[in-house]
Design a protein around this ligand. Structure first.
Ligand SMILES: NC(=O)c1ccc[n+]([C@@H]2O[C@H](COP(=O)([O-])OP(=O)(O)OC[C@H]3O[C@@H](n4cnc5c(N)ncnc54)[C@H](OP(=O)(O)O)[C@@H]3O)[C@@H](O)[C@H]2O)c1
Length: 258
């Protein structure tokens, strides 16, 4: 075993949506492997609290917070401009920020469905493209997209969320092939129900919770750290021959027929 293949020392990672939930757990995981970080979220106060908490836990790492909305193209440029000005390129991009409005297909206003596309999909596409020149400054770099089981099968998320996450899977496969010769690996993860503030509402209904658990072979909700571990692996040199793949972090949900 070569321990260096399980370390990210000297690498800089950009994690979007890192002030809470899965993104914050990913930030912790990457810091634990030795990376320096730029974390992004919209709420500046929440981001500062997260940054301080991470800095206390990892005083030897460089951690910066940048308040930005990945739905907004000016903000996307501002994020990569910051990286360009302050870092020696970029090693890792984690497209994690995302959100949803769940309703029947015919009930979405145009602003609502277009907004979900901007936040979940176009954000990841544009950030990946804007990051490309910074990622290619290193011999090997990686992008990990946080998708969802909703992009693979029907779940009760609403069609728009499912469409954005399905397109994210195909974007992952295409960019993996297109950018392999540039030394950029592109992979994704597809979580099922994970315990975050986003899911606390629906899961607080005991009947709904029981239905979710009944359809999950491992009979429990996932933890943000369990998604972060899969993302961490896809960032590590240990996964150097893996690209275009998706790891489901779902307690067996996608494999469960009847
Ligand atoms: N939790 C699950 O069960 C689950 C399952 C499958 C997939 N996912 C995916 O996992 C990702 C994270 O979800 P989560 O459950 O961890 O959500 P969360 O707990 O609500 O956290 C979302 C994080 O993203 C930030 N954020 C949201 N929209 C943003 C934007 N437009 N620009 C910048 N930052 C933004 C939030 O901070 P601000 O609000 O301050 O911006 C927060 O830091 C999402 O892509 C989601 O689709 C989650």
């Amino acid at each position: 075993m070569n321990p260096q293949r399980w370390r990210l020392e000297g690498q800089t990672a950009l994690v979007t949506g890192a002030s809470a939930g899965i993104g914050l757990a990913i930030a912790r995981e990457l810091l634990g492997f030795g990376a320096d970080l730029l974390i992004v979220g919209r709420d500046a106060d929440a981001l500062e609290i997260a940054r301080d908490e991470l800095a206390d836990a990892f005083p030897e790492r460089e951690i910066h917070g940048l308040s930005a909305d990945v739905s907004d193209d000016e903000d996307r440029h501002a994020i990569l401009d910051w990286v360009e000005d302050h870092c020696d390129g970029l090693n890792l991009l984690i497209n994690n920020a995302g959100g949803n409005i769940s309703k029947p297909a015919t009930d979405y206003s145009e602003d609502e469905w277009r907004g979900i596309f901007e936040g979940n999909l176009f954000s990841a596409f544009e950030l990946s493209r804007y990051a490309y020149p910074l990622l290619t400054r290193h011999a090997s770099s990686a992008i990990v997209n946080v998708g969802s089981v909703s992009g693979i099968t029907h779940v009760r998320s609403g069609v728009v969320y499912g469409m954005t996450k399905a397109a994210m899977q195909q974007m992952t496969r295409n960019l993996a092939c297109e950018w392999a010769e540039d030394g950029i690996r592109v992979n994704s993860v597809a979580p099922w129900y994970i315990r975050t503030r986003r899911t606390s509402g629906p899961l607080s209904d005991p009947d709904y919770y029981d239905e979710v658990i009944a359809r999950t072979p491992m009979r429990r909700i996932g933890e943000p750290e369990e998604v972060a571990a899969a993302v961490g692996f896809l960032c590590l040199p240990a996964s150097s021959y893996i690209t275009g793949e998706c790891i489901a972090v779902d307690g067996g949900f996608l494999r469960y027929g009847f």
